[in-house]
Design a protein around this ligand. Structure first.
Ligand code: 1PR
Length: 584
């Protein structure tokens, strides 16, 4: 017989992946609790309760309050039954967060410590002339686990959490341990709390906490591959302390940031001429086969989206991105083509999934009603997406932002989605193309000197700015990539997916000058995209001192020239970089 796991649902993001992970483990069903009444009805039967949270601390705490869930949760904790918090679900056990400084907003206060924001001017980065991105997004290691103040041996685990594996984190605020908190940690340790510690740059913070049957992780176990599934299983099976075998092929060398280099596989998806949803790939965004003598060529078909995504997950992709590249075609809300793809993919893929294409206010042709972008995004989150990527709409939003003297209106898709689901859930996909200039004074946009003479303009122009496009390169705008990214960061975006139409499908390597230029103007993480042709190209981009630690490839994986694992092994063995390699 299957056991039931109860999950608190306060409408804060992707619960589908958690449900999928629990079901994937085999012996469990999931039952959601939305309010106090449902809690009370189920209370005597609840044996395992999970309290997930994504996004904004204040939003989560006020939702708990609004739904009268604070007292039932306190009562449940007191009863000593098993409870697991995830991400903001961990943060809720603390007293307060700098993210939501309203004086009357308090968390559950089990730990009388406050959460603070990571410092993008981390002194270790500043002295190395590197840039630290905030949010902290990516795969990090656990540095130390302690029980009652005493360090674990390396092979010991806390609910399966161990120092050999990598876990997926995505957050800007954390229980960062300054001198003052060291005292508190010592006190709580003496009272019997267990802690797992990690660091982002020079900032040490709590990655997991546990006391009796209470357990919480700052990272997302449901998005941390096999290592994360093991943590959930240990919690559900009640195995608090265990052992891990130490023969995993992890590198022990850690980056200054602590994060591994992230390798992302991207699938451009559209319907082909036969009406099937396929993965395709363009050269400079042209996805049609070019056969001589044919006027209308067919869309390149490289495989089925879910099948390919599973293949890349098994090869070790740290994230998978799906882009609906023909999103400008209207379809009824319930039939948005990527919903089904996500639902299927999220059943077996336990790393972060991003979906892009058509994230904007839309008119549902079936009902003729306007659906705000935040609702469209919510549908994707509820189908298994962790982040949405906004392309064309981001350009329109940035244009209005500048036209409005850099004032926010609170209504754009970027602002609405980030305030509900957190900045980390909003990626901006940028499609820039080189606009040649004789001199930087020919534009008001941030320009750059072209380094490679082979890339000079047709008339020998040695300067350019990166002019943004929308609708998959079809529409050109009087706006530069830097200006677009700066505006989107100010409005609440959490990450930039930086494509380059000039490099897309070229296999000649990433557009380094564009990447440096943009990264030097924003603090949020930038994902390098377009042009990857071999593992060395990933090394090149990760070695830049502007602090890029995520890079995306498409064509090289689709054509099976390299697997994701080939790239990661190369980075580890030839370039000495820290990557996540998982035991299969
Ligand atoms: O504008 O919000 O509806 O989003 C549409 C999304 O679809 C945007 O993210 C846009 O970049 C993408 N898109 C639109 N048309 C195309 C096309 O190719 N015709 N694809 C397109 C963009 C670029 C990358 C590609 C890398 C790596 N694809 O995602 O995967 O360049 O390729 P490579 O490694 O083979 O060089 P909206």
């Amino acid at each position: 017989m299957k056991h039931t796991v109860h999950v608190i649902d306060v409408e804060s993001g992707n619960l589908q992946s958690l449900e999928n992970a629990i079901k994937y483990l085999g012996d469990y069903n999931v039952c959601y609790i939305h309010n106090a009444k449902e809690f009370e009805e189920a209370e005597s039967n609840i044996q395992k309760l999970i309290f997930p949270g994504v996004g904004n601390y204040g939003h989560l705490i006020s939702q708990l309050d609004k739904k009268n869930l604070v007292n039932p949760i306190r009562r449940y904790i007191k009863s000593g039954k098993a409870l697991m918090g995830i991400c903001v679900g961990l943060q809720a056990f603390f007293e307060a967060s700098e993210e939501s400084p309203e004086p009357d907003l308090h968390g559950l206060g089990l730990l009388q410590m406050n959460l603070t924001k990571f410092n993008s001017n981390d002194p270790d980065f500043v002295s190395s002339k590197l840039r630290k991105s905030v949010p902290h997004i990516g795969w990090n290691s656990i540095e130390r686990i302690s029980t009652k103040g005493k360090d674990f041996d390396r092979e010991q685990t806390l609910f399966g959490i161990n120092e050999e594996s990598k876990y997926y984190f995505v957050h800007s605020y954390a229980a960062i341990i300054s001198e003052k908190e060291k005292e508190a940690i010592k006190r709580y340790s003496e009272e019997g709390w267990d802690f797992a510690f990690t660091r982002y740059g020079s900032e040490h913070f709590l990655a997991a906490i546990s006391y009796g049957n209470l357990f919480a992780t700052q990272f997302h176990p449901e998005k941390s591959g096999l290592a994360g599934l093991a943590v959930i299983k240990n919690f559900l099976d009640g195995h608090k302390y265990g052992q891990v075998s130490l023969n995993q092929p992890q590198s022990r060398k850690r980056d200054l940031s602590g994060l591994t280099k992230r390798v992302i596989a991207c699938l451009d998806v559209r319907t082909n001429d036969e009406g099937d949803l396929v993965v395709t790939k363009g050269d400079q965004y042209n996805v049609r086969e070019s056969k001589e003598g044919e006027s209308s060529n067919s869309v390149r078909n490289l495989g089925k989206p879910v099948q390919l995504a599973n293949r890349y997950y098994e090869q070790g992709a740290d994230e998978i991105t799906f882009l609906n590249i023909t999103s400008f075609r209207n379809s009824p809300l319930k039939d948005l083509p990527m919903l089904q793809v996500l639902r299927e993919a999220a059943k077996t893929i336990f790393v972060p999934l991003t979906v892009g294409g058509g994230i904007k206010d839309m008119v549902d042709p079936e009902t003729n009603s306007i659906v705000p972008a935040v609702k469209v995004a919510e549908l994707y989150f509820r189908s298994g997406a962790d982040k949405v990527s906004i392309g064309s709409d981001a350009v329109t939003i940035a244009e209005s932002y500048y036209a409005n003297s850099c004032k926010k209106n609170g209504k754009s898709s970027i602002e609405m989605i980030s305030s509900t689901f957190g900045n980390q859930a909003v990626v901006i996909s940028v499609d820039p193309k080189r606009k040649y200039l004789n001199s930087p004074s020919d534009t008001t946009m941030k320009s750059t000197k072209i380094q490679d003479p082979k890339s000079f303009g047709p008339n020998g122009e040695q300067y350019c700015y990166y002019q943004v496009t929308s609708q998959g390169g079809r529409k050109i705008h009087d706006l530069g990539a830097v200006e677009l990214c700066v505006a989107c960061e100010a409005l609440g975006a959490g990450e930039i997916l930086l494509n380059s139409i000039d490099h897309d499908g070229s296999n000649k390597g990433f557009n380094i000058e564009l990447l440096i230029q943009v990264k030097n103007h924003v603090s949020i993480p930038v994902i390098a995209s377009s042009g990857a042709g071999n593992p060395k190209h990933f090394q090149e981009v990760f070695e830049l001192d502007c602090g890029i630690d995520a890079a995306l490839g498409a064509g090289l994986f689709h054509r099976e020239e390299y697997t994701v694992n080939d790239v990661k092994l190369y980075l580890q063995q030839s370039a000495g970089m820290d990557v996540r390699l998982e035991k299969s």
